[in-house]
Design a protein around this ligand. Structure first.
Ligand SMILES: [Zn+2]
Length: 489
């Protein structure tokens, strides 16, 4: 059984899908006016992990994450940089996808953009007008009347006017201060506009998500549109409250059965300034740390708790990843299906075989690991179970290094970690050579060849000198029965 913490009921609830064995998840994606920061990374990784768990447990998952490409902030940036909004948002969408790929976050099944869903947005606004929930102000603005939704506030337990509301121009048009804009009439040349049945203008932020969910994900004949709506805790109010209200008023259904929110990333400026400066951008962190090392660090704190980003902790957490790869290297010759290396969802077709292998000789690990993850993603417990498995496996391999079935079982356990956590996904050899350019790698390889020639010629002094030279560069050489390998230490 899976339990998850529902932000509305404020308690852990057993997960019961709307339709058996299916999960429909919507995550609020970024507003694309700047590069993605560590907060985006954390949110993306948190719900990527949930998605992987559902997939692993044989749920049919539809995962949608949008791009908000119509927003005040995009228009502002476009004016500041003298770039048209389309070019600007295209640039930041590509940059976001590149960063997420580096972090091992799987692409969503559907990635809708507000600009591609304007007819659906307009249809929803029309429906809200027809049903009397929305009203037109002056200047072609359209607002949702919060007073008409008796359940407004049920998501956040808040109903006050938020700063996001008060930003809206022509606020005097509103019947009540806390009403929010569904449509913003064109305000002149420092604005952007699209044609609509309500005149030229653009949609408000909140309606974009409601309409995209309706278009791409929602059940039309159930009490709830989708199973899980997720995003950062900062979105609960007003964004999610408003999304829920619009959908409820327009469709008569509740938007989501469960609401999941991830905690913030706090940055302690002084501690962080080590090599990252005060940069909060993923692209800057990726210049120094491999994406998998960042992922490993960011997933180590429970998704609902605040993460105090600290570069020393990041470096320290790499030891966990090193241990996974150290063991993976020891069982690298275990015969296992190549396809098990596929990343989900491509790996799904081999999942049954993988689970069978993992459960056959060492059932305890996978059972305990899944139990921890299924308990509202109890990552600390899950990671301590991984730690135990690594330690037991190393001991067992030392005792019986030639036991092929043991190697297969261990390799299968690691493959489960790869699928579920997205860690350990590289070839072990290349992991221990991370951070070197292709040219540097070639130079090392040619020195190793030179050393082998020296040994063949019994010129041991030269061979030793070459080994020492590499050691001085931080390169450790290992002579094994399969040949010489090397690692960056
Ligand atoms: Zn949203």
């Amino acid at each position: 059984m899976i339990t998850l913490f529902d932000s509305i009921k404020k308690q852990k609830l057993p997960f019961s899908p709307i339709c058996e064995n299916q999960v429909r998840i919507y995550v609020c994606g970024p507003t694309v006016y700047d590069d993605a920061h560590l907060g985006h990374a954390r949110s993306s990784i948190a719900f990527d992990l949930w998605r992987r768990l559902f997939l692993f447990l044989d749920f049919k998952v539809i995962f949608v994450k949008n791009f908000t490409d119509i927003d005040d902030k995009i228009i502002k940036k476009s004016l500041q940089t003298n770039t048209d909004v389309e070019t600007l948002s295209k640039h930041y969408i590509e940059s976001y996808l590149k960063d997420m790929h580096a972090l091992g976050v799987l692409r969503a099944d559907i990635e809708p953009k507000a600009t591609d869903n304007l007819p659906q947005i307009c249809t929803m606004i029309e429906s809200l007008l027809d049903k009397g929930y929305a009203y037109a102000g002056e200047h072609s603005d359209i607002y949702l009347s919060i007073a008409k939704d008796s359940l407004y506030g049920s998501i956040s337990q808040r109903t006050e006017s938020s700063p996001a509301h008060s930003r809206i121009q022509n606020a005097q048009d509103k019947l009540e201060d806390k009403d929010f804009a569904l449509w913003k009439g064109y305000k002149g040349k420092e604005d952007i506009a699209y044609d609509s049945p309500f005149g030229k203008g653009r949609p408000g932020w909140h309606i974009e998500c409601s309409a995209m969910i309706e278009q791409h994900l929602a059940y039309k004949d159930k009490d709830f549109g989708i199973d899980i709506h997720a995003g950062g805790a900062d979105l609960i109010f007003p964004h999610h409250e408003n999304e829920a209200s619009q959908t409820r008023c327009a469709t008569g259904r509740e938007l989501a059965k469960y609401w999941l929110h991830n905690g913030f990333v706090n940055i302690n400026g002084e501690k962080m300034s080590k090599s990252l400066g005060n940069s909060f951008f993923i692209k800057d962190a990726l210049k120094i740390y491999d994406g998998e090392i960042l992922r490993n660090y960011l997933l180590g704190v429970h998704y609902r708790l605040a993460l105090n980003f600290n570069e020393e902790d990041l470096v320290q957490s790499k030891k966990r990843l090193d241990k996974i790869y150290r063991l993976k290297k020891r069982v690298a010759d275990a015969p296992l299906l190549d396809s098990i290396h596929d990343t989900p969802p491509h790996a799904l077709s081999h999942l049954a075989h993988l689970k069978q292998l993992a459960l056959k000789s060492q059932p305890h690990f996978l059972q305990a690991f899944l139990e921890a993850l299924s308990d509202d993603y109890n990552i600390s417990k899950a990671l301590s179970i991984v730690e135990e498995m690594l330690s037991h496996s190393n001991d067992a391999l030392t005792k019986t290094p030639k036991d092929e079935s043991l190697k297969v079982a261990i390799r299968a356990n690691i493959a489960c970690i790869e699928f579920l956590l997205g860690l350990g996904v590289k070839d072990a050899q290349s992991y221990f050579q991370l951070g070197l350019s292709e040219q540097a790698k070639q130079e090392i390889e040619s020195k190793i060849l030179e050393r082998q020639r020296a040994k063949a010629n019994k010129d041991y002094a030269l061979a030793d000198r070459l080994r020492d030279e590499l050691k001085a560069e931080g390169i450790e050489i290992m002579d094994t029965p399969q040949g010489t390998t090397w690692e960056k230490v």
